[in-house]
Design a protein around this ligand. Structure first.
Ligand SMILES: [Fe+2]
Length: 282
């Protein structure tokens, strides 16, 4: 049985009862949690990679805590550019905290050390990893036994993804970050991030990465730097990761999808081709 965990991102709770861009972020998070409870309560834990709230208000963190309370598995709450560190740490027991007060931490699993990073700069939408945070990361990686692999989680991608407006607000210290992880690259099995509100996967150097849609609004797919940067009502998703000694597989699930589900096989006595061509079967 592979080890299973859940990736959620960019929940953007605005505050109790408040809609955001015409959508209800709390209702959507509730729907995601209900779906995870129903289908994935065997997962080890869930990670929410930041932008938990839209404006960083205490009331929105209380709303987030209330939404996550029914989740049957533990979760880790991280910060993104829309969050506020003190309000997050005050409001959420699930937010890790390092010795310098950053929302960073680790979780030991049978498949390596999971590392949660704080890339929040409260004065900018771009990501930041200051010397203190990079120092914590360096120390954390250095003290792990050499046979232990790592799985990384952060809000901002440390490299451009090609969506120009999002690349302008990626991690500022991408070079410094790359330097710190350089000696450990072969041990980093995967990098999960948020921020981009789009399903994207690939590799960062030789490190596989994935990100996915948020649970509220999305960012429209646009690679033309001169085209307008638009948000969208594309469907929300959460990720389900399966990891064993060999492989790490990430599924993206559109949990609000209500489109038709049907068997591939025809009803008994019906020809396969007839079923497919004259669907639905009479
Ligand atoms: Fe976001």
């Amino acid at each position: 049985m592979p080890f299973k965990f859940i990736h959620l991102t960019d929940t953007h709770l605005a505050g109790p009862g408040l809609k955001l861009y015409g959508l209800d972020p709390r209702a959507r998070l509730d729907a995601a949690i209900a779906d995870i409870n129903k289908h994935h309560s065997d997962a080890a834990f869930a990670v929410v990679t930041g932008d938990l709230t839209h404006w960083g208000d205490a009331a929105a963190y209380a709303d987030f805590a209330a939404a996550m309370a029914p989740l049957r598995i533990p979760h880790v709450a991280m910060v993104g550019n829309h969050d506020r560190r003190v309000a997050c740490l005050d409001g959420l027991k699930a937010a890790p905290r390092d010795a310098n007060g950053f929302v960073q931490g680790t979780r030991t699993t049978d498949h390596g050390l999971f590392v949660f990073l704080d890339t929040l700069d409260e004065t900018s939408d771009a990501g930041e990893m200051c010397a203190k945070r990079l120092g914590w990361l360096e120390e954390t990686l250095a003290k792990a036994p050499t046979d232990v692999p790592f799985v990384f989680f952060m809000h901002h991608p440390p490299f451009p993804v090609g969506v120009h407006a999002m690349d302008e607000i990626a991690l500022k210290q991408s070079a410094e970050f790359a330097d710190v992880i350089a000696p450990y690259r072969s041990r980093i099995r995967h990098l999960f991030f948020g921020h981009v509100h789009r399903p994207i996967s690939g590799s960062y150097g030789k490190i596989p990465f994935s990100t996915l849609r948020g649970t509220n609004h999305q960012v429209w797919f646009e690679l033309d730097a001169n085209a307008p940067h638009l948000a969208s009502h594309e469907p929300p998703a959460y990720g389900v990761a399966l990891i064993d000694q060999e492989n790490l597989v990430v599924h993206s699930h559109d949990f609000l999808d209500t489109s038709l589900r049907f068997p591939f096989s025809p009803p008994e006595g019906m020809d396969d081709r007839d079923y497919a061509l004259n669907f639905p079967a009479r």
